[in-house]
Ligand binder design. Structure first.
Ligand code: NAD
Ligand code: ZN
Length: 342
């Protein structure tokens, strides 16, 4: 089968013929139809220090996908050939304290699809049945392809109650864009999105942000005054990984507010802890998605009118992977989809 492979340490990815992945009795073989490019894939392509430390070539990369079940292992009862599915990219150990308690998202032995095991940028992918999410018939395939980052957005956006609250989304990458849409759908009053890139600010407005801010040109305090906010943001969704942006958000929160932090900083970020203490803030780190409550929430919110499709801005055949990765890297894009059927 064709697959995008990191063949050796160093920058680049190669489209190659590789053997089809092996199956176990608890596994599901999936014919990949569409995939999404994630920032992680860009790190692996560019071979930054994180990738050099983490990735053991040869490796098929990619973890955001939708596909069709081809074959199931002999232990698998609840899926059959032809079912349309996506995969949770975190494969948990199943035997640690948290796994045994059903808190799979807290497993410390998580193995990442397309990071620590062969991934989904391929004509086929194999996953344990416990990692497979069965979509309802008729779901938009492009949207189904990005359930993994959509899940990051939902897990973050719903980690504090947002009904009637004023929410600040820091960073309008694909995940921040979807988080803005989710916060609005879940009943926030104001959803303010801070983002230096004008293309992405425009997208944020199309996805349900009530206001957008260019952090290079405007102060958050001024924006709050302009729109009639009195006490600061009740909920902050940190989705930039940017140190100055995180500190700025921390200084513009209401007493008792909550900050959910998804963005991954490259370096340590010093913060003023006395603000956390005196303003009685809660900071919460978010990694991945809750298995499988987040997946359930994604499905039902789409069925009740949430639309995340404007976050998808570019579509390519997998054969044009270089152009697809260039679009994802440009910043003037939302989610970039690669089609593995043509
Ligand atoms: P992205 O890099 O496309 O988006 C980050 C956005 O932040 C960019 O649009 C950038 O312009 C913006 N930004 C930069 N400086 C800013 C500033 N000062 N103020 C406001 N915005 C600023 O990434 P993404 O794919 O949307 O992911 C969002 C973040 O979440 C990234 O840091 C990514 O590494 C991280 N991530 C975390 C998890 C997890 O499980 N914790 C999973 C996926 C991604
Ligand atoms: Zn575990």
């Amino acid at each position: 089968m064709q697959a995008l492979v990191k063949t050796a340490p160093g920058p680049g990815l190669e489209l190659r013929d590789v053997p089809e992945p092996a199956m176990g009795i608890d596994d599901v073989r999936i014919a990949v139809r569409k995939t999404g490019i994630c920032g992680t894939d860009l790190h692996i392509l560019g071979w930054d220090p994180w990738a050099a430390k983490t990735i053991k070539p040869p490796l098929v990369v990619g973890h955001e996908f939708v596909g069709e079940v081809l074959e199931v292992g002999s232990n698998v009862r609840d899926l059959t050939a032809g079912d349309v599915v996506s995969g949770e990219g975190h494969v948990v150990c199943g035997h640690c304290r948290h796994c045994r308690a059903g808190r799979w998202h807290l497993c410390a032995n998580t193995v990442g699809l397309g990071v620590n095991r062969d991934g989904a940028f391929a004509e086929q992918v194999v996953l344990p049945v416990t990692n497979v999410w069965h979509h309802w018939p008729g779901i938009d395939e492009d949207v189904a392809a990005i359930f993994d980052p959509f899940g990051n957005a939902v897990h973050t956006a719903l980690s504090f109650p947002v009904l009637g609250e004023d929410v600040l989304v820091v960073g309008a990458g694909p995940i921040g864009l979807m988080a803005a849409a989710v916060a609005r759908h879940a009943g926030a009053r104001f959803v303010v999105v801070s983002e230096p890139n004008a293309f992405r600010r425009d997208l944020a407005l199309r996805m349900g942000a009530t206001h957008v801010v260019d952090p290079k040109a405007q102060q958050l305090g001024d924006v709050q005054r302009d729109i009639g906010m009195v006490e600061g943001f009740d909920v902050v969704l940190e989705m930039s990984g940017n140190a100055a942006a995180l500190r700025d958000a921390l200084g513009n929160m209401a007493h008792g507010g909550g900050m959910a932090i998804l963005g991954i900083p490259t370096d340590e970020i010093p913060i003023d802890v006395s603000k956390v203490v005196f303003n009685q803030l809660t900071l919460r780190g978010i990694y991945g998605r809750e298995m499988y409550e987040t997946w359930y929430q994604m499905s039902v919110m789409l069925q009740s009118g949430l639309d995340i499709s404007p976050a998808i801005t570019h579509r390519y055949s997998y054969r044009d992977h270089e152009a697809a990765f260039a679009a994802a890297r440009s910043g003037d894009s939302g989610k970039v989809i690669m089609d593995w059927t043509k």
